[in-house]
Ligand binder design. Sequence first.
Ligand SMILES: *Cc1c(COP(=O)(O)O)cnc(C)c1O
Length: 368
Amino acid sequence: MDIIPVANVVTTEEDARAVYEVVKSGWISKGKKVDAFEADFARVVGARHAIAVSNGTAALHVILAALGIGPGDEVVLPSLTFISTANAVLYLGATPVLVECAPDTYNVTPEILEAAVTPRTKALVPVDMNGMPVDYNAVLALGERLGIPVVSDSAESLGASYKGRRIGGVSPIGFFSFFPNKTVTTGEGGMITCSDDAFAERCRVLLNQGQEGRYNHVALGFNYRMTDIAAALGIVQLSRLDSIVAEKNNIVAAYREFLADAPGVSLPVEPAYVTQHSWYMFAVQVDEAIRDAVVAHLKDKGVDTRLSFPPIHNQPYYRERFGSKAEDLPVTWRTWRRLINLPIWPGLTREQIAYVAATLKEAVAACS
Ligand SMILES: *Cc1c(COP(=O)(O)O)cnc(C)c1O
């Protein structure tokens, strides 16, 4: 039986040639290719500055360090996200304050964020879950009203847009990831976007060993540079961004067609402010009592799925360190227990989508 994978990395002849040329040139660490990738990226997303780093986690670490966040400070972020959003806060000795998500969008709302703000709050980190932008106008207005910087975790939303504006050009500070399952990949890689010149310079200094001028180290920095090998791959991948996002949106349209009125299956909602979804993942909801059985049924029938990232507050390290438990964030916990990520990747055929949809309906009926 052919297995339909949940994700599939697409690399081309052109990608391979770009990497080959860099390796042959003999200049493989940070150089002209990184400069070119940053310039391309800034232009494509409409950001004033784009700053390449070694991965998305490093991007957030640098941003929070550049904001001066440290011990005693709190950073508010959703629990339903990848572990690194919270880990970057802990790297600096600050405290991640994990909050709920909305049960329909899986994103944080301004109300959820504001309820967790204290005099110690030094940043708000909304996450564009599964590639869907948060309500930026409302979240950025909250940050401005409270005088707290907003840092967008847009690791999953490259190619998405909010009210017609590309993510990367909407929030004054944000970051992206180029891990292989993200919209475009460099193997490992990340990008900081920001609008303030001085902040951009601080990030550049911190990611490069705190260096301001050669061997003049003015801050405790990191080695988070991107290589020219990765950047060469990124340049070519980024040139295909529009077609990748268009193809993923076509796949979602087919899923919506085949799963319209499927009993017991809720499809993702797209608020009107989301003018382009990048569909990092296509997550459907089923009753939490049958989710695991549905997943097993799909696997038996050759359909690979993934669960969403398990909420951070229930991860063993966080449970032990902070004494948190699953029920502390009941909406997040219940939502996570209902989610299944279905296969979505450029190249998935209409026949495969029809098969996944039919098998999902069959699984829900069999398990109910
Ligand atoms: C992938 C991801 C990250 C981290 O990016 P890496 O490049 O893997 O370090 C951070 N936040 C979210 C929401 C992600 O999906």
